[in-house]
Write a protein that binds this ligand. Sequence first.
Ligand SMILES: *Cc1c(COP(=O)(O)O)cnc(C)c1O
Length: 219
Amino acid sequence: MDLQERLNEVRSRIAAAERQAGRPAGSVQLVAVSKTFEADAIGPAIAAGQRLFGENRVQESQGKWPDLKSEHPDVELHLIGPLQSNKAADAVALFDVIETVDREKIARALAEEMKRQGRTPRLYVQVNTGLEPQKAGIAPEDAPGFVALCRDELGLSIDGLMCIPPAEENPGPHFALLAKLALKCSVEKLSMGMSGDYETAIAFGATSVRVGSAIFGAR
Ligand SMILES: *Cc1c(COP(=O)(O)O)cnc(C)c1O
């Protein structure tokens, strides 16, 4: 299969999962995760109509996306990897959605940069649903308070929650937990599901799925 065929396959599986879950067609957005792939591998995905892309490193993205974005201004770039506060300025300048807000220091840095640059990327809070020590994200029990702090104290609007379930566990309970937290936090967007489990995530209410290897091939 070439990239176009893999992309079509993912799109039709998303559509089938939407139908099976009784959700409206088009209610799940596909974020194509292009990390580690060069611009010449990303171009064909853009040519095939893909517009939402995810990257996990600010610096790597700065090397390939400014040109691609100026050629295709309707591309929307999502930061899905951990963010350090010394990269907040670069992230605000380049990304349209930052999915990995997970602590007060980074939230403050983003608020400051958004004010300074007059740019307002949409923000999601990353939740460490499996409480994995090596993984970024706020603890589930701290999520509602953190979202409230972002909103009330820092004036940030938080659109959604994001999670990466532990690799070796059944992801369903993690997706269910994130959906429950979204209600508690009054956020509408749920970024969950990757190549191996995006259909499950759609069944649990994902509004966007982050799919890399099923589109671009193995990294
Ligand atoms: C790499 C990555 C993905 C995509 O993973 P695949 O298994 O290749 O689909 C999704 N989300 C995050 C946060 C990632 O870092």
